[in-house]
Ligand binder design. Sequence first.
Ligand code: SF4
Length: 479
Amino acid sequence: MSTLATYFSKRQFCFSIEYIEHGQTQLDFIQDIAGDPTCVAIADRVHADEDRAPIEITQSLISNTSVTQQNVLLHYSGKGRDISDLKQFLQEAAQRQYFDVLMLTGDRLKNHDFGQTQPKQRSRYLESVNSVMYAKQADSRFHLGVAFNPFKYTESEREAQYLKLHKKIKAGADFIVTQLGYDLLQLKQLQLFLTQHAYHIPVMVCVMPLTYARAKSICKQSVAGIVIPPDLLEFLKQEHLRDAKDAEDKVYHRAALHILIAKHLGFAGIHLSACEQPQQIRQLEQAILKFQDLDFSQCWQKYLDLFGLPDMSALRPDLIPPQSIGARQMLKYYSLAYIHDALFNSKVAMVVGRWLFKAKFWQHPVADRTILAVEHGIKSISVGCDRCGQCRLADTLYICPETCPKGLANGPCGGTSLDRCEFGDRECIHSQKYRIAKQAKQLSVLKQNLIATVPIQSRQHSSWVKWFNPAQDRHKQSS
Ligand code: SF4
């Protein structure tokens, strides 16, 4: 059993301390925080797209610090990766006995390529749902985490997150790590969701001591998925200007209360971010010890007092009026669903399609290019098709997943901001999907249908041949 699995099974509250390698920073590993055990979470591609691989970083840490292979949680980011990269990672991780892995889709690549000049060069992201599905089948010894962002404030972006969480759990996730946020009512909502659905899955809550400098940098860089309302930034600024030392103490007091509230709420542990240096950890530990005898309501009240707030609502962004779904969009959905059923799902269509596309003729490059041109010609106008060769429209409410810049099909990443895409240039397609599904009473499609990864070899070929004759698919992914 992996180390984290052991802690969770014993209901031992624990910490994972995030380590992001940059420059000459070295880690002085601390084995426990206020009596609760720790492990090191090795971040993947956070600083730059070319960061050293977590396995390589871990090897250095094991050689130079007191870190051992038992107390490591590897991150695996899907940024710029395909299933073949995951396969290689899993083999290496298993060889070195690293079985705790946090599967992430990842935020936007710094050098994201939209594929405008070379479609084949478009940046791809391997979804965590698919990574978990693959890893569970490849080697059952892996104990796999997934990220979840409960800090969403419109109905569509929040519900799209929760629908995807169902899929992550269905795919086989063993534990959840939340993304960073300070509005603790959202943690209560997550607990409620897990209880309502009888999910007994351990959740680690992300906590970061929020200094004014960090808050300013998060806002300046628009870090995906983290909400720092302007009033909060101003509050931290004034606090810092009044007395920098006192402000620093309060930063650690709030982080300690955040941790204690999570503990009172029954969460399994803490994912500690931007707090890996021994003096930072000791400062945090002192604050935990100071407040550890407070009960839940006292911690909650003290947390609010230290932010100078009457309630949590001031930690939320200004809400925008909810988007509604237009009649045209619904008409398009119903029309495409009707056409799909008639041409691709009906008995007649299957008989004709199987006969027609069985012919070896379609494997000839000219025929392949011609049928692709016809398919793309029709679908690029109607749905923005990008020739993926494995059409998933029926599982995505006829919104093409290729119109998400990360190409995500199973649901949103954590980076939306009030329904806006992390890339800033469009509404998140998964919020749109949610509204259509709700209106058409098809929410179960978004909750249950696990959508397979598109093998790179399938791209730039027609999906029709494969749809009718999946067994003869010559672009099948090797596994
Ligand atoms: S469309 Fe949604 S899921 Fe895709 S990158 Fe943008 S925010 Fe993430």
